[in-house]
Design a protein around this ligand. Sequence first.
Ligand code: SF4
Ligand code: SF4
Length: 303
Amino acid sequence: MDASGFTRLLKDKALSLGFDACGAAPAGALLREDAYLRQWLAAGNHAGLSYLERNVEKRSDVRLLVAGARSVFMLLLSYKPPVVQPAAVPQVACYAYGEDYHDAIRRKLNVLVDTVRAHYPHAQVRGFVDSAPVFEKAWAARAGLGWIGKNNLLVSPVFGSFVFLATLITSVELVYDEPLKNRCGRCARCMAACPTGALEAPRRLNAGKCISYQTKEHKGDITVPTCGYIFGCDLCQLHCPWNRAAPAHTHAELMPQPEILSYTAAGWLSLDEAQFDVIFARSPLQRVGLNKIQENVRKFLQV
Ligand code: SF4
Ligand code: SF4
């Protein structure tokens, strides 16, 4: 099969598995992103997230991650929910409403990796969902899926920024998509909406000031106002006009857990570890654990 035929086959397979969009870009070094990351790290914007300091070379050139890589095939899955929490209850970022996306996406991605192997048994191919140092947003932009907005997220013209990204890197040559023009224009609503000033400049996030970092990664007392959130933060995305126009997702595994939609502060605080592990067994909330969530709920009650 030629590159064009196999690219079509891979894209059709991705869409049939439930991915909302996909695109391909030629593998290579990302020199601009490499320089930006090094400067961003040197300025301490990563708030001590040490995994970002590791493997910078590999992150900047996927050919160091997958020997002989020729193509980066990017996949997008929307998580804009069909229903949101009432405003008065402790807020959870909507990416965490349903099943942990790592698991939901991994199942689909493994099928695509197997598809490549079935057609090219000697090819190199690996799939990643936040599991390796990859500039996912930059690759998604190169693969024509959107642009990187001032909120520092990938913005799709169809699905907005409430999207998960996954990466398949292979030595197989594909037909490549054209990058899209950045369509933020003069809009800066995301920056104006950020209550902590974490978006210090277009595309420049100070992680230490971000509610999402503080409610999930930060050890010790939270140092910023959390504005109703106990896990993550969606405020900059909620103000993006591209998200208003985006359709709600239809992925069964990402549908909101009823407990997340309905729990009040008292509901969260009444949970013990055993109950939490049963009710949220497949949830991204497991990644921070009940203690941190209840600390955040107590902070929510102080405001
Ligand atoms: S997630 Fe929240 S705190 Fe972080 S940049 Fe966006 S609005 Fe600001
Ligand atoms: S809110 Fe405006 S500036 Fe921010 S990402 Fe969306 S379009 Fe771009």
